[in-house]
Design a protein. Structure first.
Length: 348
């Protein structure tokens, strides 16, 4: 694990849960395990230093994490349930897998946003070079032929001269934009804030909805694997849909159906959260005593579906940017070459 600040990243949480689950599997207690982790870390970890004294007092891990005040409520509740049901190792393992999925999804989304941005910057640079450097050369040719660039070509030339006059400012703006983009790509918190704002406005859209359902199903799977009953697992998983109102409404409808006596698979289908095929898998899993495994498989499939949707969107961005750039460059060349060809024909 690496040293993190107060807002713990999904990567840290995943590593933390994985290491503790491995220690439990090897027969080492939580308190001894935390001390072992502290010895192994080359740098002091403030999180481990905060929870270690609480564990030394004989209190459970969930109490130590609550007192630390740096861990998500969902994670603390899942661990508390694992302690009560005697499935702490399974809880930690499922939580590790959950937060690992969320970290990979977050990075995937960041890459999906960053790649089209780079293409757009390259496109703008190409167009700017043509306007600032290439058009003046053509203008000198026109002047040598006793003419001048007019119409669209003249307007583009004037715009190119304007860009050339503010070139230092353009370099500063470009540098600031690139720095902000890189910061956004590297900063987990910044990405989360921007993504949250976007999801609130577009929660009904395909990709946003798929991502929200993938997070919800993963959280529900982790809750069920921790030994939580269906109602508690649903309640905890619903907290991950707060930033997507449309999905949040469907989850609340599903919870209401369960409270009325409907089975989990019936409530999920009636609320529109899962497809009938997925609901059938859950029904068979619960009836066979492996509902948590069935939900884990559904979560995996939904995660894959969300990843494929993101990759498809990114795949469409590249040719779109290339087509737009080609059209713009083509318009500029035609605006210059057609009048030039007319002049050459008249001279000839």
């Amino acid at each position: 694990m690496t040293k993190k600040e107060k807002n713990l990243s999904n990567e840290y949480l995943s590593d933390f849960c994985l290491e503790l689950s491995m220690l439990l599997h090897s027969g080492i207690g939580i308190d001894d395990g935390v001390h072992l982790l502290m010895k192994q870390n080359k740098q002091e970890d403030p999180v481990l230093k905060k929870i270690s004294p609480v564990l030394d007092e004989g209190r459970p891990l969930s109490s130590a994490l609550t007192g630390c005040g740096m861990f998500p409520e969902y994670m603390v509740n899942a661990i508390s349930s694992g302690e009560k049901t005697g499935r702490l190792e399974e809880s930690l393992s499922s939580l590790s897998a959950y937060y690992d999925k969320q970290e990979r999804l977050s990075r995937h989304i960041a890459a999906a946003m960053f790649y089209p941005f780079i293409l757009m910057v390259i496109m703008l640079v190409i167009v700017a070079v043509i306007l600032i450097k290439v058009l003046p050369v053509f203008n000198s040719v026109f002047n040598q032929l006793g003419s001048e660039m007019t119409g669209l070509a003249g307007a583009l030339l004037s715009f190119g001269y304007f860009l050339s006059s503010i070139l230092p400012v353009l370099f500063v703006i470009l540098a600031v934009v690139i720095i902000l983009a890189v910061t956004l790509f590297l900063s987990h918190n910044a990405r989360e804030k921007i993504a949250a704002g976007y999801k609130k406005k577009h929660s009904k859209n395909g990709i946003v909805k798929k991502i929200a359902l993938a997070r919800f199903s993963s959280a529900l799977s982790a809750g069920m694997s921790s030994g939580l009953n269906i109602e508690d697992a649903m309640s905890m998983a619903s907290s991950f849909t707060n930033d997507t109102p449309f999905v949040k409404e469907a989850v609340e409808k599903c919870s209401a159906k369960i409270d009325e006596g409907s089975s989990l698979w019936e409530a999920l289908e009636q609320s529109g959260l899962f497809s009938p095929a997925y609901c059938n898998i859950i029904a068979l899993g619960i009836k066979s005593g492996s509902g948590d495994k069935a939900m884990a498989e559904i979560a995996r499939r939904m995660q894959t579906d969300a990843d494929e949707s993101i990759e498809k969107a990114v795949g469409m961005a590249e040719p779109a940017m290339i087509i737009i750039t080609s059209i713009i460059v083509g318009i500029i060349i035609l605006a210059v070459m057609l009048p030039l060809m007319s002049i050459m024909s008249a001279i000839g």
